[in-house]
Design a protein around this ligand. Structure first.
Ligand SMILES: [Fe+2]
Length: 439
């Protein structure tokens, strides 16, 4: 299991990049995309991430200059997969608060790679009509080696929780450690090598690509700054041995063999390319006098729906920060939401629940399902001395918040065996303090 070192990246969110592997200077054609013959005998291939006719500010595509075109492969055949689903019809609705203990890594005697280790936990919608999302947990203990994967259905936002991911992509190499995230868009082939048994979360969106949220009165800077997003530089391998290519298509896996490595892109240019982001770079903005900003103030990336201001999914984090509000109950408030909230914990202790919500676990508070701090948190924060204090040091919790009502898979409900049946009890002992004499 190898680890990538000394990787180079291009900086900026959604830029019009251009990059060549250093072994092949001038591999990119000048002034055109399709020369009669490409330099070094390369093939030109376009990868479209939006309709050809999408407006200019939305339009995403890249040009790849590669040793062989992607089209050389045997016919695809279906691959059985029990735990990756996009069909929610068999999932019985469950409006309860749900919390999962850490998801179990594969037994050491079982060899499971990143793709084999994808388990859908919840979701909604349909990749055929390109509307909706799925949330997956990956649990793996071997590298993919000469196997590559691409998702025909949508984009993956990958949140490693345990173990660094060394990801070969058609656009170059990315290394993503816990507390970093990466986005690999629809159609981009990648292969994940690991260094230890690894676990993490994936938000898959079908409708649109992720964007930086608008900042409104915050101004031109803040939250996730565009320059901190990193895209790989071109890198190729010339490796004429069979490689397995797996496509997720309409929610099912299909496999084929290609007689060469798919990571043979010598140079590319365009604005459709994978990227990573280190969550420590998030510029935190919050209330500095009293009360709370809503958690949307912590949005890193958003995948918009067609309804203005309403996301198919937001990726929100709860980073280390100062809490300074006066005469305020500082932890998250009790609430009911018209959105679905799936949370995970990368490391540390989440402030609203010090126990039970653990790194590598998760929670789901569905539409209009009440939730909020547990008793211990309520009692502590209601009586705390309100000096400025650090919150969430050594902790990174996150939320996938969606305007869709999410169904929970059978794997999530039963097979994973980590659903905490006692979760509701953390609120049961909240006391009645009502007293007419205490205004
Ligand atoms: Fe919430």
């Amino acid at each position: 299991m190898m680890s990538f070192t000394n990787l180079q990246y291009l900086k900026g969110f959604g830029n019009e990049f251009q990059t060549e592997d250093h072994r092949c200077p001038n591999a990119l054609p000048e002034g055109q995309n399709n020369p009669q013959k490409c330099a070094y005998g390369l093939y030109a291939e376009q990868l479209s991430g939006t309709a050809f006719t999408a407006p200019r500010h939305e339009n995403k595509r890249s040009w790849l200059y590669r040793i062989r075109p992607s089209v050389i492969h045997k016919p695809f055949k279906p691959v059985p997969n029990n735990f990756l689903i996009n069909n929610w019809h068999d999932c019985l609705p469950n409006p309860n608060q749900m919390r999962w203990k850490p998801f179990k890594l594969p037994d050491a005697q079982k060899r499971v790679d990143f793709v084999e280790g994808l388990h859908t936990i919840c979701g909604a919608g349909d990749p055929k009509s390109r509307s909706g999302l799925a949330i997956h947990i990956y649990l793996c203990n071997i590298s993919m080696g000469k196997k590559a994967f691409y998702n025909s259905d949508g984009d993956f936002l990958i949140v490693p929780q345990q173990g660094a991911l060394n990801i070969k992509t058609e656009f170059g190499k990315i290394r993503v450690e816990p507390n970093e995230i990466c986005v690999i868009q629809q159609g981009i082939k990648f292969s994940v090598d690991i260094e230890e048994a690894s676990r993490g979360y994936i938000l898959e969106v079908f409708d649109n690509h992720f964007k930086l949220p608008n900042l409104g009165p915050i101004g031109a800077n803040g939250l996730a700054n565009p320059r901190d997003f990193l895209t790989p530089v071109a890198w190729y391998e010339e490796f004429d041995e069979p490689h397995v290519i797996i496509s997720k298509f309409q929610g099912h896996l299909f496999e084929t063999v290609q007689p060469h490595s798919p990571f043979d892109v010598v140079a590319w240019h365009g604005n459709y390319a994978p990227y990573k982001y280190n969550l420590k770079n998030f510029m935190v903005i919050n209330a500095v006098e009293f009360d709370h900003a809503d958690p949307s103030i912590f949005t890193v990336l958003t995948c918009p729906s067609n309804k203005e201001g309403t996301a198919i999914a937001d990726f929100v984090i709860f980073p280390p920060r100062w809490a300074v509000q006066e005469h305020t109950f500082r932890p998250p408030y009790y609430h009911r939401n018209c959105m679905s909230e799936f949370m995970g914990l990368i490391f540390g202790n989440y402030e609203a629940k010090e126990e039970g919500f653990l790194p590598g676990g998760a929670s789901l508070h569905s539409m209009m399902t009440p939730h909020g701090p547990d008793k211990q948190c309520f009692e502590g924060a209601s009586n705390a001395d309100l000096k400025p204090v650090r919150v969430a040091d050594g902790t990174m919790a996150f939320m996938f918040e969606s305007s869709l009502s999410l169904a929970v898979s059978k794997w999530g409900e039963e097979i994973c065996q980590t659903l905490d049946a006692e979760y509701y009890k953390c609120w049961e002992s909240l006391k009645k303090y009502f007293n007419l004499n205490e205004a």
